[in-house]
Design a protein around this ligand. Structure first.
Ligand SMILES: Cc1cc2nc3c(=O)[nH]c(=O)nc-3n(C[C@H](O)[C@H](O)[C@H](O)COP(=O)(O)OP(=O)(O)OC[C@H]3O[C@@H](n4cnc5c(N)ncnc54)[C@H](O)[C@@H]3O)c2cc1C
Length: 374
């Protein structure tokens, strides 16, 4: 089978790129698992936090906002985002961390404002007040419907003639006569252009093509679902963070999702949660809130894969014409997926980033793989 473009990996990143490319090219999306979304995409905390990440990440978060808030007609039957808000409380020692957040007020039209502890307690009544002195609130933080976004990309991709092949792990990539020959499951396919959107496996996939790694590091992140505390309706609660702490808690479908904010470097794998991380999380919840954790309903872990500079990688490999990277989405891959997929498509089709990303200060060099090969 011959295609214009073969994308390896049908998580949110590969699907987003396929959605952006299929209207103008014959595209094949290859997925090693029987279902797209089995790895990181199906394991996220599902939050849109425009101010999260470094300046490059924030630009992509912001640039995805208009699409997520108002997708094209027929993209999905449900809203892709719903308002949530985020509350950050701060003790006497971590004021500089709160000030760094407040300094982002207004960026991309998103407010971050200081509020009183009384206002904070009205938003979320269970945090322990004793040591806290200040609070900030970000109304622009939203819940993401990850399933609807992922499905919307795949549906749009198929409607434009894109082909998805699951149970097709890529085991060989070879360049011959200007074409990539890709062995995937029982198939061998060819294309002049391949996109490596293999998430935690992106460096391993590049190795199949004989390319040196970019130093992408998968890091384990744990999450749990807890029943709501007795006597509280948690549905209107914002995300809760504490300045200087890694852990956070969010309301999800009438229950609580919480994470210790762990970042343990691991090999790419079908990662599972570790008891120690759960214990750290339970300790955090009971220290920072009045909630007693009696039961954990669900626990899981997923991989957040980072480049050394924690910015995404989107661009052509300087050592291998026709080999494109879409990797290193870290903990921001759902919210960046639209603008990142659109950017990769623009770089391939037009040779430059879309205007909105350029206006936000992003350059092709800042996201290209070449920056990691110097
Ligand atoms: C606990 C947790 C919380 C998170 N919270 C958020 C959040 O609130 N907001 C946010 O935006 N992001 C969040 N993230 C990050 C987000 O989930 C990831 O950035 C995103 O899912 C990455 O998508 P991906 O498509 O690059 O990777 P993946 O979803 O892992 O997809 C890569 C795909 O490539 C396939 N693949 C790999 N090798 C091969 C091969 N050789 N052949 C064929 N296929 C292959 C895999 O099977 C996989 O399906 C969170 C992540 C975790 C773990």
């Amino acid at each position: 089978m011959n295609f214009d473009i073969v994308i390896i990996g049908a998580g949110i990143s590969g699907a987003g790129a396929g959605y952006a490319l299929a209207p103008s090219r014959k595209v094949l999306l290859l997925e090693g698992e029987s279902q797209p979304g089995y790895h990181s995409t199906g394991r996220s905390a599902a939050v849109y936090e425009p101010n999260l990440g470094n300046a490059t990440v924030r630009a992509f978060n912001i640039a995805s906002g208009p699409f997520l808030k108002a997708p094209p007609a027929g993209f999905a039957e449900v809203p892709l985002v719903t308002p949530r808000g985020e509350l950050t409380i701060c003790d006497g020692e971590n004021r500089p961390a709160l000030d760094r957040m407040l300094a982002l007020d207004g960026l991309g039209g998103n407010a971050v404002r200081e509020i009183s502890l009384e206002e904070a307690a009205a938003l979320l009544p269970v945090f322990r007040r004793e040591e806290m002195r200040w609070a900030a609130y970000e109304p622009g933080v939203m819940d993401l419907d990850v399933h609807a976004i992922h499905r919307g990309y795949l549906k749009g991709f198929a409607a434009s003639g894109g082909k998805l092949l699951c149970d097709a792990p890529v085991t060989g990539i070879e360049r011959r006569d200007g074409l990539w020959r890709i062995a995937a499951g029982s198939e061998t396919v060819t294309a002049p252009l391949v996109i490596n959107a293999a998430g935690a496996w992106a460096d391993s996939v590049a190795a199949l093509a004989g390319l040196s790694p970019l130093g992408l590091q998968p890091k384990r992140r744990t999450a749990v679902i807890l029943p709501p505390p007795d006597g509280y309706d948690v549905r209107p609660w914002p995300v809760l963070g504490v300045a200087g702490d890694e852990a956070y808690m969010n309301s999800q479908s009438g229950k609580l999702l919480a994470s210790p904010g762990d970042e343990t470097p691991v090999e790419p794998q079908d990662v599972q949660p570790e008891e120690m991380d759960i214990a750290v999380l339970v300790d955090w919840i009971e220290r920072r809130t009045t909630i007693q954790v009696r039961r954990i309903e669900r626990r899981w872990a997923g991989l957040r894969t980072f480049a050394p500079d924690r910015a995404p990688v989107a661009g052509e490999d300087p050592d291998a014409p026709g080999f494109w990277w879409l990797a290193g989405q870290g903990g921001y891959g759902i919210m960046m997926s639209e603008s990142l997929g659109r950017s990769l498509a623009a770089l391939i089709l037009e040779g430059e980033l879309p205007q909105d990303l350029r206006a936000l200060g992003v350059t092709a060099e800042a996201v290209g793989p070449g920056r990691l090969r110097r």
